[in-house]
Design a protein around this ligand. Structure first.
Ligand SMILES: NC(=O)c1ccc[n+]([C@@H]2O[C@H](COP(=O)([O-])OP(=O)(O)OC[C@H]3O[C@@H](n4cnc5c(N)ncnc54)[C@H](O)[C@@H]3O)[C@@H](O)[C@H]2O)c1
Length: 323
């Protein structure tokens, strides 16, 4: 299968490395606005380099494309794929503005194009176990945490361009809550900001606290920060603690801990998540089986709406009902 890459930055390279492990896939073209990035990656793969993704899609016989550009570029990339009938794997989030996502989703529903969105936790075997465990429980309160540093790549430092921490990063946690706990109906978020005036390009919130209401009637929370340092993930990776009736279930990375009055049970399942999500997308495409894809654009847009509601709540100081 001949595939192409749009965006040869961090995630572009991560997906290329996963795709190299699948012997029936050939990366035939790479596009990046930065010519040196496109050329360097294309050279390594013996592929063609482009700086214009429309030209790449027009000239090459591409059977699937990976969209790894900054989020504000995603809608135009996706529309170009739909116009040409090219199946696409899209990195999260689907867009930065709800209106852009809604235009795209209508086109997808009309054309029925095969695609996937990169909500990577959904492909984790340990998350599958978490989902299974939670189905047996009375969930009382899920509490997520995402601790990180000021974004390392320039394209994500600007909240105006990339959406800020909740839209760009903690979107994974919100999606995980939707996937394992259920739909979110309202959002209230408070934030702290302005502690890093020395950081050029950075316009994000330094920390935020969100309270959700779920359709099932329970509440939940999310604490996020960019105020720490890259090493924090070694000590404190993203976590979801789910308070259940007389039981605490904690997910983090490859591990789940289940704590009851008499014991602690651990489940550990290591996996290469990027490989699993790329393989699922490709297998689904080859077999024409959409059930292998765990995150569609329609569903991912619901996650974006929750994230944007958090941003709106920060601005207005009011609880936002998800429309
Ligand atoms: N799933 C994950 O865990 C994860 C982790 C990090 C980033 N991401 C997502 O991946 C996407 C890319 O993030 P990144 O960290 O790789 O960013 P990045 O800045 O490292 O790479 C983006 C690349 O896209 C290129 N680009 C921008 N506009 C373009 C255009 N119109 N045509 C072609 N190329 C263009 C840039 O020059 C850059 O090289 C974002 O949506 C981000 O949220 C996902």
């Amino acid at each position: 299968m001949n595939v192409g890459i749009i965006g040869a930055g961090r995630m572009g390279v991560v997906h290329v490395n996963a795709l190299k492990k699948i012997d029936w896939v050939k990366i035939v073209a790479v596009c990046d606005l930065l010519v040196e990035r496109a050329v360097a990656l294309a050279k390594e793969l013996s592929a063609k380099a482009y700086t214009d993704y429309q030209e790449m899609l027009d000239r090459e016989k591409i059977e699937a494309v990976w969209i790894c550009t900054p989020a504000d570029v995603h809608p135009e990339n996706v529309l170009a794929c739909i116009e040409r009938g090219v199946p696409f794997f899209l990195e999260k989030p689907v867009a930065v503005k709800k209106e852009d996502g809604e235009v795209v989703v209508r086109k997808i529903e009309k054309e029925g194009i095969y695609h996937a969105v990169g909500y990577i936790f959904r492909y984790s075997p340990v998350v599958a176990k978490l989902k299974e465990l939670l189905q047996e429980e009375q969930i009382i309160f899920p509490a997520g945490e995402y601790f990180w540093t000021i974004p390392l790549v320039d394209s994500i430092k600007s909240k105006e361009k990339a959406g800020g921490q909740i839209v760009d990063q903690a979107t994974h946690m919100i999606d995980l809550m939707r996937y394992t706990v259920g739909e979110i109906t309202t959002v209230y978020t408070g934030r702290s900001r302005g502690f890093f005036p020395e950081e050029s390009l950075y316009t994000g919130d330094d920390a935020s606290g969100t309270v959700f209401e779920f359709a099932s009637g329970i509440s939940g929370s999310l604490v996020c920060t960019y105020a720490l340092f890259p090493e924090i993930v070694r000590y404190y990776p993203p976590k979801l603690r789910v308070i259940c009736k007389r039981k605490l279930i904690e997910w983090s990375g490859n591990e789940i801990r289940v704590i009851t009055p008499d014991k602690e049970t651990k489940f550990e399942l290591k996996s290469d998540l990027v490989f699993l999500e790329d393989q699922a997308f490709l297998d689904g495409l080859r077999k024409q089986d959409r059930s292998l894809v765990k995150s569609s654009y329609q569903d991912a847009l619901k996650t974006l709406k929750v994230c944007l509601a958090a941003n709106q709540s920060m601005e207005t100081g009011e609880k936002v009902i998800i429309g």
